[in-house]
Design a protein around this ligand. Sequence first.
Ligand code: SAM
Ligand code: SF4
Length: 330
Amino acid sequence: MTDTQMLDGLGRRIEYLRMSVTDRCDFRCVYCMAEDMTFLPRQQILTLEEQLRLARLFVSQGVGKIRLTGGEPVVRKGIVGLCEQIAALPGLRELVMTTNGSQLVSMAEPLARAGVKRLNISLDSLDKEKFHAITRTGQLHKVLDGIEAARAAGFERLKLNTVVMKGRNADEVPALVDYALQRGMDITFIEEMPLGDVGRSRSEAFCASDEVRGMIEQRYGLIDSAETSGGPARYARVEGHPESRIGFISPHSNNFCATCNRVRMTVEGRLLLCLGHENSIDLRALVRRYPESDEPVLRAISNALKHKPEKHEFDVNEVQLVRFMNATGG
Ligand code: SAM
Ligand code: SF4
């Protein structure tokens, strides 16, 4: 490890950290959580100070992009202050966030002012009943109003995320594309991943990215784009709409693993080296054991990276990982 670069055991440069700031959420999306969830007790989750310290350590080693996620990051008390402090870290290129949009009516502007550059907002349906059925507790109008508030707040870019499920929202793919195009926003369609037992079979609803693409191509011409974020998304542009990108996330394919540039940190401070593997180290224990000294924490991170798996493997028919997406930080 040099002063400014983190390389894993395969020489991949790690420069993107996804940090979960809470496992809690005001929604209970069917693909993410069970209806009746038990959340972590407070002492098990990183304090805001610990979150900031770990963010600072990663940035000091060359991480240029941090995404705050959860659970729902906006429900974490003190989130705006945390954003302000992380955004100000010297060397950080951009702080971004993934949110369900439920509180953006009041929070979009404070988040933008705090230095959050871009938002990914989850939107699975434009039909209020279907939206409620998928999120179990969500109200569509609040999210749509939140999206308008985010558009007015001056973020550099807004992107929608849609998990596509047959029998629930797959028929809405063209309408969601129209919604994004009309607003000059990007939209990414995500294949459901088998994270945690959510009390239903996932294989029936599974909708592959190729099928989603086919639905869009019935209405629009798509031009493949070579743009990449170093992650699982492939992008296309829509003929006549240069301002929007359509993304397809196919976590079941692992052809992007060779260029993987990211690691994740759970809200308990577990550093996950790959979304599809359990390999992790307990950074919470380290920051609590060494409150004054960063060196042992940095050494542990560097050693852990040597074990970042080469690639992941998922099987939609099986729950392979016992953790839920909200605890992982999607
Ligand atoms: N609460 C925020 C939200 O919903 O945007 C941030 C956290 S959420 C876990 C991050 C992303 O993961 C969301 O876009 C969500 O749709 C996606 N997600 C959650 N569970 C998933 C699963 N099992 N498969 C694929 N995507 C999933
Ligand atoms: Fe909450 Fe996001 Fe999970 Fe939905 S996907 S339950 S909004 S954390």
